[in-house]
Design a protein. Structure first.
Length: 138
């Protein structure tokens, strides 16, 4: 399995296991898909960027930047801000379990944004989860 997929699986597992998140967004609406329109409310696991940390010649550490999108039809951005805060709390609640082959060295939500979607009805939140992962022998 690739490190970015391990991080995605760990993030989704953490979100669906956190009642403060699923009280706001049903687990069935925490998705990895490109289909529009997204259910309201929903959390979509999105884009990813991998950067070699360059700390050793072994090249075993990778920085994974994983984007999470929050969608909700609402007249303000209050709902996406509330959901984003719950996601941040869930991510920070403990080390992510990346499964066999990888170790989560460090993790954080490095940015959160809330904006209005151009459709005039939907609010959109964007979070970036920054994970330093290390390949380990299995």
């Amino acid at each position: 399995m690739s490190v970015d997929l391990a991080v995605q699986i760990a993030i989704r597992a953490r979100l669906v296991a956190t009642a403060k998140v699923t009280d706001l967004v049903p687990a069935s609406s925490i998705l990895d898909r490109n289909k529009l329109p997204a259910p309201s409310p929903s959390i979509t696991l999105g884009e990813v960027q991998l950067v070699d940390e360059g700390r050793s010649l072994a090249r075993t550490q990778t920085r994974v930047y994983h984007t999470i999108h929050v969608w909700k039809v609402e007249p303000s951005r209050e709902g996406v801000k509330t959901i984003s805060a719950a996601i941040r709390t869930a991510i920070h609640s403990g080390r992510l379990d990346l499964g066999e082959g990888f170790h989560c060295v460090d993790w954080r939500v490095s940015s959160m944004r809330a904006m209005s979607d151009p459709d005039g009805e939907t609010s959109h939140g964007v979070l970036v989860v920054d994970v330093l992962a290390e390949e380990v022998g299995s």
